[in-house]
Design a binder for this molecule. Structure first.
Ligand code: 6PG
Length: 220
């Protein structure tokens, strides 16, 4: 069911995850070569479902929308989540992890060169925070205006404070961007995103897969 152009509402997170996994599978089957994984907790179920899809993973390059500046085996690592739920089971042809453990500036510089070479990216999965941030691009944060393809993020409002993120420019250049948004704590941000007021609303043409809780009650 579509609430408005670009927004697809699902009765529950499981239905949303199923659709998200199907969208990725369709894109890969149609030739998508670069797949950017979202961080946070929302995509976990999508990754678990995607791991069961028989796809030509050998021709897929996996990248990340953002990473925290922690080691790759740290519980806060976005890479670790993707590894456990997906990457250990599907073995993509190539994988570009954001080396956050090197520090935000060094990691961003290295990732910028990688993403620059691979852009425009074929399919980008993104989450959204309750403040409307996406990847590690936070409302009013200087990193939102960064040039290039990857940016160091210091003092992020969502811990940990040191991060690396794809830039708004890199996200806007992508061929397909799909947001996965679950939970009533995202409802206010989703309204603001639809108005283009927060980073998660600054990518023209993006699609939003949202659950009913994130849409909020009519009239609220
Ligand atoms: C991160 C994520 C971030 C995340 C949102 C939603 O590194 O924190 O990339 O942008 O997608 O904060 O997080 P949840 O899915 O956990 O709600």
């Amino acid at each position: 069911m579509t609430a408005s152009p670009g927004v697809h509402v699902f009765d529950d997170p499981e239905g949303l995850a199923r659709r998200a996994a199907d969208l990725v599978a369709e894109a890969v089957r149609e030739g998508a070569r670069t797949l950017v994984l979202a961080g946070g907790s929302t995509p976990r179920r999508t990754y678990q479902l995607l791991a069961t899809e028989p796809l030509p993973w050998g021709r897929v390059t996996v990248l990340f929308g953002d990473e925290r500046c922690v080691p790759p085996d740290h519980p806060e690592s976005n890479y670790l989540t993707a590894k456990r739920e997906l990457l250990d089971r599907v073995h993509p042809g190539s994988l570009h992890r954001i080396p956050g453990e090197l520090g935000a500036e060094v990691a961003a510089a290295r990732y910028d060169a990688i993403v620059r070479d691979l852009s425009p990216l074929d399919l980008v999965l993104l989450g959204m925070g309750p403040d409307g941030h996406t990847a590690s691009l936070f409302p009013g944060h200087a990193a939102l205006h960064a040039a290039g393809y990857a940016v160091a993020v210091h003092d992020a409002p969502k811990p940990p404070p040191e991060r690396v993120s794809l830039t708004l420019g890199a996200l806007r250049e992508a061929r397909q961007v799909v947001f996965l948004v679950v939970g009533e704590d995202k409802a206010a941000a989703l309204v603001r995103a639809r108005r283009g007021e927060v980073p998660a609303g600054m990518i023209p043409g993006a699609r939003y897969l949202v659950d009913r809780a994130a849409v909020g009650r009519p009239g609220t």
